[in-house]
Design a protein around this ligand. Structure first.
Ligand code: OGA
Ligand code: NI
Length: 333
């Protein structure tokens, strides 16, 4: 009934209530018809380009992932979070671990906590799975996550193919550069909170990887993105998926595509569940602006090259303090 101290944000950080302007702006978040994109439709490709430049976020319809698969995934996540705490703790995340059940990015005793439970699993490639983190005795869980993760990776790959063309390469340009994409599935559970104005479901951050595809609750609004200095809610469209550009693509695109700061707020009455599929590159890959996105002296490289794992380590060490992650590698001019 009362919110524990460690979850209460400083007054300056607390989420403000949603204004009517921001609800209005919410209607402008681009909605892309994925089936047209996959056919190479020029108009839709241009829409994707603008969405990644101006919003860094968009929703996709007709993404080809069957509704049945989305529903099974949601049911599997709900079933997991309903397990007794003792049972969930069998899959607990260790210190410095990115996988397992727990809370995200707890780096210090003083740090504020997010009003969120999560389970994160390495889902792709298959050989990187650690099945000891998977609740294998929960009926249907493994099949549901497996099926969904494969489908959603196809979506991420198609978007990457389109981005490759938009960035002046062949369809397989990003794939060649990034190698086979990996996937970390972060399943979030936001319990109802008696004072949603005091806490964050997820505090402001940008995603470090290449692309994120988010499956969100159809009924409960939670996700907000920063656009022109305002926090704009991303209203769920039933059975659509939300896609956002991560830091790695921002860097590779030499700053043309934006990895936008976002956060999730909680709801007083209803729990909310989401699944974020992070498509990310190999730890050892050196990321930097792509040759096709650099045009000295008109558009010099704006980011330093850095090994992906070193970048992620620095981001985590700095916690999730809003969106200055890419500043770590920005070349000062
Ligand atoms: C994330 C994230 C938002 C949400 O997991 O990185 O931003 O709505 N989640 O769950
Ligand atoms: Ni995120």
């Amino acid at each position: 009934m009362s919110v524990p101290e460690r979850y209460i944000q400083e007054i300056k950080d607390r989420p403000s209530s949603i204004s009517s302007e921001s609800l209005q702006a919410s209607l402008q978040i681009p909605i892309i018809d994925f089936s047209l994109l996959a056919k190479g439709d020029e108009h839709e490709t241009r829409k994707l380009d603008l969405a990644c430049k101006e919003w860094g976020f968009f929703q996709i319809r007709n993404h080809g992932v069957q509704v049945k698969i989305l529903q099974k995934m949601k049911a599997a996540m709900a079933a997991f979070f309903e397990l007794p705490l003792m049972e969930k703790k069998k899959y607990a995340m260790g210190a410095n671990d990115l996988e397992g059940y727990g809370q995200a990015y707890v780096v210090s005793e003083e740090q504020k906590l997010d009003w969120c439970d999560l389970v994160a699993l390495k889902t792709l490639p298959l050989e990187q799975r650690n099945l000891n983190f998977w609740p294998l005795n929960l009926p249907g869980f493994k099949e549901a996550v497996e099926e969904y993760s494969i489908e959603v990776q196809k979506v991420a790959e198609e978007i990457n193919a389109n981005l490759s063309i938009l960035m002046g390469m062949e369809r397989d340009g990003l794939k060649r550069y990034q190698g086979e994409l990996k996937q970390l599935m972060r399943m979030n559970y936001y319990p109802p909170c008696s004072s949603p104005d005091l806490v964050f479901g997820v505090s402001p951050h940008s995603d470090g990887g290449s692309l994120t595809v988010l499956l969100q609750d159809d009924d409960v609004i939670g996700l907000q993105i920063k656009h022109k200095g305002e926090w704009i809610p991303v209203k769920p469209i039933p059975n659509a998926l939300v896609v956002n550009i991560g830091d790695a693509i921002e860097i590779m695109s030499n700053g043309v595509y934006k990895s936008i700061e976002h956060r999730a707020i909680t709801n007083e009455k209803k729990a909310r569940i989401s699944a974020a599929a992070f498509a990310h590159v190999d730890d050892e890959l050196e990321i930097g602006p792509l040759d096709s996105m650099v045009d000295d002296p008109h558009r010099p490289p704006m980011y330093k090259k850095i090994k992906y794992i070193d970048y992620i380590r620095q981001v985590l060490a700095r916690k999730m303090d809003g969106k200055d992650h890419t500043d770590l590698v920005k070349i000062q001019t």
